[in-house]
Design a protein around this ligand. Sequence first.
Ligand SMILES: NC(=O)c1ccc[n+]([C@@H]2O[C@H](COP(=O)([O-])OP(=O)(O)OC[C@H]3O[C@@H](n4cnc5c(N)ncnc54)[C@H](OP(=O)(O)O)[C@@H]3O)[C@@H](O)[C@H]2O)c1
Length: 300
Amino acid sequence: MTQPSFAIMGCGRLGTALGKHLVKAGYPLAGLTGKSESSIEESARIIATDPVRGLPPWEITRKADVVFITTPDGIISEACKTLTDHNGFKKNAVVLHCSGAHPSTILSSARQGAGALIGSMHPLQSFASKDLPGNPFMGIIVSVEGSDEAVKIASAMAAGLGARVLPIRTEAKTMYHASAVAASNYLVTLFDLAIRLMKTAGVSSEEAFGVLKPLVEGTLSNIENVGIPQALTGPIARGDTQTVEGHIEAMKSLTPELIPLYTILGSYTIDIARAKGGVSEEALDKLIRILRAPPATLTD
Ligand SMILES: NC(=O)c1ccc[n+]([C@@H]2O[C@H](COP(=O)([O-])OP(=O)(O)OC[C@H]3O[C@@H](n4cnc5c(N)ncnc54)[C@H](OP(=O)(O)O)[C@@H]3O)[C@@H](O)[C@H]2O)c1
């Protein structure tokens, strides 16, 4: 079966990686377009193709069976409309964006104005530069949604990149992204909290990561093996009110600014401890009083 050709509009970190690895997977590149010439040329070098000079973007995208719009999120809709207004999509073209935050409907101008099949294809991966070592798509999750035909083609391309395909509903896209933000970005926030607390115990920031990492890896492995709530250990899971009170008391003098975050996480953790079982309702009620007290009371 012949592979569909593709064009990239937006030669940044993701667009370039996508171009390089789709070409390696055997998909013919119809062309690259973007904002600055220098950026397009740099991407062409990485992808090992010739940059086409002097053509407007729509002349390039019109040649492709599949058009990826990999501009920054805030520009996708406008870029798509510009291409549509200039007849930049061939008949039955598939138009995809790769944003995690937005559904495929932000490409509606292409469906309405050019009859294109629209979808999104979001790699759950961090592309920190245009040319990462190895294949950054290998084994990662790529979520796909949109019209049936767009999903079929996006799924085949994602699989060709070596990724695992996760189809999701268009309406669910925002919550899917919120989940990814919670797991990835807020883990960074959680580590920041833990490292700041560790520093008050006299452990340097550099050492703190190494001290906490095995603990976190063990917890991750417990979540994988026994699931939530069984993976929960520690003072709240034991109903140990004195220890939790002791943490808050110590934080009052050393890190009062961290108390609200610590207590809101602890407060949420009470519900997990209740689901796990084994702690008396009396202890849980006391923990609720300790952790759900207004921050002003805690820092008095
Ligand atoms: N990077 C990641 O980790 C990652 C992960 C998953 C999904 N994504 C998604 O991938 C998409 C691209 O993100 P990115 O991180 O690759 O962004 P990026 O590195 O900032 O690249 C964006 C590219 O778009 C070009 N551009 C800007 N305005 C344009 C316009 N009006 N017309 C054509 N091209 C334009 C820029 O050109 P210049 O180079 O000339 O400025 C740049 O090359 C976003 O939807 C993002 O949510 C990114």
